[in-house]
Design a protein around this ligand. Structure first.
Ligand SMILES: NC(=O)c1ccc[n+]([C@@H]2O[C@H](COP(=O)([O-])OP(=O)(O)OC[C@H]3O[C@@H](n4cnc5c(N)ncnc54)[C@H](OP(=O)(O)O)[C@@H]3O)[C@@H](O)[C@H]2O)c1
Length: 298
């Protein structure tokens, strides 16, 4: 999709968009005012230097949580940390790469030590690489698996000891994406669902509730080409919505997905364990992303 959207940059304005695609999209309702649902709780997030993780850090902090988060890009991490503190929240950034077991273990242990406990973990760090399977390099395959699937395995492995005494909640970012060229990404995200299902049985009886969230396509750097001007990207999204998000006719915002994560972590979902919750804007099908008329496909 990224390549197609990038190619669309030169075409925007020249495209005759059919009337059924020009109906105003639904819009996300405004967020409910924070209710202090996580007052005094300690929340850890992997991959919160941008996108869904960053929005979720803000959402938890607004609900009163102390938020410890990681990511590789230190400058962005420090900026997010500063923003959260300026908004009155408690936040702590630590540079860590989830592919590196030592860095990840240190991040989890240091976060729990700095705030005195660990109540909620959102294992969200993820990347994608797309290529037909026979063209996928072993390096890219390994990078995706080690970030997405092994990263979640190691995160849970290091988080659980901090929760065994008093219980906790763990949410992992999976996906129902099934696209051509997506063998590495799809298999890594399906692996996360398997890890969550089995870990939920290991630790549910010990008071640790473990689930996965599967966001539908969400407006983040993962899907938006960096060089695309805002106006072109907005036009693309408007045309893309009715073709791909049958229940909402629009792409998700990172803030909406963040609010779903916060809700799933709250006591309102105390009976949910071992589930993979689709927050997808409609039923998701496999196959190629449907490209709006006039926009080039892959
Ligand atoms: N956007 C979508 O449509 C969509 C749909 C379904 C699922 N998801 C999943 O949602 C999660 C967040 O993605 P996003 O859409 O918000 O994209 P994003 O803005 O690119 O966020 C990805 C986050 O993961 C971090 N990350 C990547 N590799 C890492 C590593 N080795 N160690 C530590 N952190 C790492 C990145 O930080 P650094 O680069 O600073 O390390 C960044 O904070 C991913 O798991 C993605 O697969 C996204």
């Amino acid at each position: 999709m990224a390549a197609a959207a990038a190619g669309a940059a030169g075409l925007a304005g020249a495209v005759a968009v059919p009337p059924y695609l020009t109906a105003p999209p639904t819009s996300a309702p405004p967020p409910a005012p924070p209710r202090g649902r996580f007052d005094g709780k300690v929340v850890l997030i992997t991959g919160a230097t941008s996108g869904i993780g960053e929005a979720t850090a803000r959402a938890f902090a607004a609900e009163g949580a102390k938020v410890g988060f990681c990511g590789r890009r230190a400058e962005l991490g420090r900026r997010v940390e500063r923003d959260l503190r300026d908004a009155g929240g408690t936040a702590r950034y630590q540079q860590a790469d989830v592919r590196d077991p030592d860095q990840l273990r240190r991040f989890v242990d240091d976060t729990a030590a700095a705030f005195g406990r660990l109540d909620v973990a959102f294992n969200n760090a993820g990347i994608t690489r797309t290529a037909p399977l026979h063209e996928m390099t072993l390096e890219d395959w390994t990078d995706v698996q080690h970030t997405n699937a092994r990263g979640v395995f190691l995160s849970i492995k290091y988080e659980v000891p901090h929760m065994l005494e008093h219980g906790g909640v763990i949410i992992c970012t999976a996906s129902e994406s099934r696209r051509p060229g997506g063998a590495a990404y799809t298999s890594s995200k399906q692996a996360i669902k398997g890890i969550v299902e089995t870990a939920a049985m290991d630790y549910g009886p010990k008071g640790i509730r473990i689930n996965a969230i599967c966001p539908g396509t969400t407006d983040t750097a993962l899907v938006r080409p960096a060089s695309l001007p805002d106006a072109v990207w907005e036009a693309f999204k408007r045309a893309w919505g009715p073709l791909n998000a049958s229940g909402t006719h629009r792409m998700a915002s990172k803030e909406e997905i963040a609010r779903s994560v916060v809700s799933l972590a709250s006591a309102e979902f105390s009976y949910m364990a071992g589930s993979a919750v689709l927050v997808g804007g409609g039923p998701l099908g496999g196959g190629p992303m449907a490209m709006p008329p006039g926009f080039p496909s892959r």
